[in-house]
Unconditional design. Structure first.
Length: 171
């Protein structure tokens, strides 16, 4: 559906976003091809078809690209980095540190690729803490009332497990 793309970031995100969009809307390949001009595709899919992630080998599939873009012009027709201005990585690191308190190489790299997504991520971490320690089930949906679950806070700590009781709200 997307053409002959290389399966690496960021195009893997496009594939995942499109897959979730198809499943959540109960769409199959033929339906997407028939109704592409009327569907509200994820932003990453629009970015992809506008050329913001490069050009797939053999080009974009037509007429799907034209229907998805609905009159929007492709923004890039060459390699994305060809016209990209150099980043001031030290300034980016400084700005992240000022806004969020810390920044390492991963933060800088993440921000340069996905500034909006990165800032949303850091705001969630500031508000709720590191949610990566939660078991996946409790990250995606709430626990049952009265259910206890365990969260490993940090390896090597004396108190490395926290019991959360949803009924009382005590830990």
């Amino acid at each position: 559906m997307l053409g002959d793309i290389v399966k690496v970031t960021p195009t893997s995100k496009v594939v995942g976003d499109l897959a979730q969009f198809l499943v959540s809307n109960k769409l199959d390949y033929d339906t997407v091809i028939q109704k592409a001009a009327d569907l509200d595709f994820p932003a990453s899919v629009l970015d992809f078809f506008q050329g913001l992630m490069g050009q797939p080998y053999g080009g974009f599939p037509e007429p799907l690209r034209t229907q998805v873009l609905r009159g929007r012009r492709p923004m890039l027709t060459e390699r994305p980095g060809k016209s990209l201005k150099p980043f001031d990585l030290e300034k980016i690191r400084y700005d992240i540190e000022q806004k969020f308190g810390s920044a390492d190489e991963t933060d800088v790299a993440s921000y340069t690729q996905y500034p909006k997504v990165y800032e949303e991520y850091r705001q969630v971490v500031q508000k709720y803490g590191d949610l990566s320690v939660l078991p996946t089930r409790y990250f995606l949906s709430k626990p049952e009332i009265g259910e206890e679950f365990y969260v490993e806070l940090e390896k090597g700590k004396v108190k490395k497990t926290l019991i959360c009781d949803v009924l009382t709200g005590r830990y």
